[in-house]
Design a binder for this molecule. Structure first.
Ligand code: PGA
Length: 251
């Protein structure tokens, strides 16, 4: 039987209003015709448009970050409460670009996961090692601590509602992709940490791969046993490429 994959686009800080309008129409159409689950995380300013264009489709949609506070003097920030009026389902949490450029920590990732879950959103919690960590053989330690700290205090039901995304930092936006075996190895390890902590099965956990996923490597990576889909940056910006990944069909 074909595996049902989650294929979620992360638009990052891309697209103008004129570009995203037809793009979201295509996402709705493709999501309705695909056998896989399709999602897209848009810049905040386009959330209202995503709500209009996608809420009657099978596409899941959401944002790329949120503040953990409900309201207050946090200039320039967006609260979880604001997101709820727009049918938000997905919230990317702890993307490596936010960890590296905006000082997000494992503690803030943990707090945001808790808040997102309390609002009924699906956190997409990102984790992954740097190239230095991998070259020094520390990738497993790094992944273990990110996972353990990120889910601290959550219940088994909470983690079953989440989506996790392994994104090795050296593969993001670089054109370098982890081999399918490297991705499978870390994802199976990370699922094992969660499964053991809660006494649940690997199959109860949804975990994606992200990092230069594209039409030419999608089938190889997504056919791996523990990989449940992809978080797609660069390749989701071109609808033809995104579509081709969305139509991946693996056992
Ligand atoms: P990329 O980005 O596909 O452009 O490597 C993935 C991500 O950062 O989520």
């Amino acid at each position: 039987m074909a595996k049902k994959l989650y294929l979620i686009g992360n638009l990052k800080m891309n697209m103008t209003r004129q570009e995203i309008e037809p793009y979201l129409d295509s996402v709705a159409e493709v999501a309705n015709n695909a056998n896989n689950v399709v999602g897209v995380c848009v810049p905040f300013v386009y959330l209202c448009m995503a709500n209009k264009k996608l809420s009657n489709s099978k596409a899941l949609y959401g944002v790329q970050n949120m503040n953990s506070k409900e309201s207050g003097a946090y200039t320039g920030e967006i609260s979880p409460k604001m997101l709820q009026d727009f049918g938000t389902k997905l919230v990317i949490i702890g993307h490596s670009e936010r960890r590296q450029m905006y000082n997000e920590t494992d503690a803030s990732v943990n707090e945001k996961n808790k808040v997102a879950l309390s609002y009924g959103y699906t956190p997409i919690m990102c984790f992954g090692e740097t190239i230095d960590e991998r070259e020094q053989g520390r990738e497993f330690d790094r992944v273990r601590s990110q996972i353990e700290l990120g889910i601290d205090g959550l219940t088994a039901e909470d983690v079953k509602r989440m989506i996790f995304a392994y994104e090795p930092i050296w593969a993001i936006g670089t054109g370098k992709t982890a081999t399918s075996d490297q991705a499978q190895e870390i994802i199976s390890f990370a699922k094992g940490i969660i499964a053991e902590k809660y006494g649940i099965k690997n199959e109860d956990i949804v975990m994606l791969y992200g990092g230069s996923l594209k039409p030419s490597n999608a089938t190889d990576i997504l056919s791996k046993k523990d990989i449940d889909g992809g978080l797609i940056g660069g390749a989701c910006l071109k609808m033809e490429d995104f579509k081709s990944i969305i139509y991946t069909n693996v056992e």
